[in-house]
Structures are given as structure tokens and as C-alpha cells.
Design a protein around this ligand. Structure first.
Ligand code: HEC
Length: 145
């Protein structure tokens, strides 16, 4: 009688352990498999021009922001809000909402170029791989060590 009454708990416990193991495994593969964003020098050069034309009016020549709602895209703000995180959040926000006065007006390639310029401006060195026009959900912005 007692043993039978216990068995549903045992089933629940082992189910919980399976879920926990799955969560741990997912966390591990995320940390191991996350690719690091790269960009080319050519992208950053095009991006500098596009940024100057379409973004600097609000975000500033030095990406310092307007001191109001148009946040800085460099320095402390970059280090705390962009570095070490998947870029997809900022990417989607930028592609859908920026330039603030004409959202989504730029071609995807131009948003990639601007992303390259933001990375370059923040001291991340250029590489061989371009910044993609459709970043993977786990693509990280990171300084290479
Ligand atoms: C007319 C002014 C204006 C222009 C032009 C503009 N922005 Fe913005 N940007 C803003 C404002 C205002 C916000 C904050 C929006 C909000 O909080 O909803 C913002 C937010 C952002 C953010 C999010 C920052 C963060 O840390 O979350 C990014 C990235 C960004 N802008 C990039 C760009 C890029 C790239 C361009 C040029 C293609 C651009 N913006 C052009 C006003 C502007």
C-alpha cells in the first residue's frame, strides 16, 4: 500500500530530473556553440558613410547619443548592453525601428554595414567573415581574446 502510494512521486521526481538535465545540456551547448560576430573592413567603411548619413544626426558622430532617448552606441553603453550578448536583440530593434524617423528604410546590407561600423568603432577588429544580413539567434558580440 505505502509503496504504491509513493510511486507517483518517484515518477514525478525522475521527470523533473530529465527536464533539469535537458536545461543543463541546452545551457552548455549554447555556451560552447555560440558563434562570435565578425565583419569585414569593406563593410565598416560603407557602414561609416551610411551611419553618418542616416544615424549620426541623433546618435552623434562619436555614437555618444543625444543625451535623451537616442542612446549611445559606444563606450560604456556598448560595453554593458552589447558585449557578450547575442546581437539579435539590437539587430531586430535596429532593423525594425531605425532610423527612428524612417524605420526600416535601409536595405538589409546597409544595416549589416552599419553594425560592422559600430563594432569597429568600439574596437572590435575586422575579420574575414562579413557580418550577416540574417544573424543567427545565438550570434554573440564579443571581443576576441
Ligand atoms: C531621429 C532620430 C534617430 C535616428 C535618425 C536614428 N535613431 Fe536610433 N534611436 C533613436 C531613439 C529615440 C532611440 C530609442 C528608441 C526607443 O527607446 O524606443 C534609438 C535607439 C536605437 C538603438 C537601440 C539602442 C539600445 O541600446 O537599445 C539602436 C541600436 C539604434 N537606435 C540604432 C540606430 C541606427 C543604426 C540608426 C541609423 C540607421 C539610427 N539609430 C537612427 C533615435 C534615432
Amino acid at each position: 500500500m505505502n509503496q504504491q502510494a509513493n510511486s507517483p512521486n518517484a515518477v514525478l521526481l525522475s521527470a523533473a530530473m530529465v527536464v533539469l538535465a535537458g536545461v543543463l545540456a541546452a545551457g552548455q551547448s549554447f555556451a560552447q556553440a555560440s558563434p562570435v560576430a565578425s565583419y569585414t573592413t569593406a563593410q565598416a567603411e560603407r557602414g561609416k558613410k551610411a551611419y553618418t548619413d542616416a544615424c549620426s544626426g541623433c546618435h552623434g558622430d562619436k555614437m555618444e547619443g543625444d543625451g535623451d532617448r537616442a542612446l549611445p552606441l559606444a563606450a560604456d553603453q556598448f560595453n554593458s548592453q552589447w558585449l557578450g550578448r547575442p546581437v539579435i536583440g539590437k539587430w531586430n530593434f535596429m532593423v525594425m525601428n531605425m532610423p527612428f524617423d524612417k524605420p526600416g528604410e535601409l536595405p538589409k546590407e546597409t544595416y549589416s554595414d552599419i553594425m560592422a561600423y559600430i563594432m569597429q568603432f568600439n574596437g572590435i577588429p575586422a575579420g574575414d567573415e562579413p557580418f550577416p544580413i540574417a544573424p543567427a539567434a545565438n550570434l554573440l558580440i564579443q571581443r576576441r581574446r
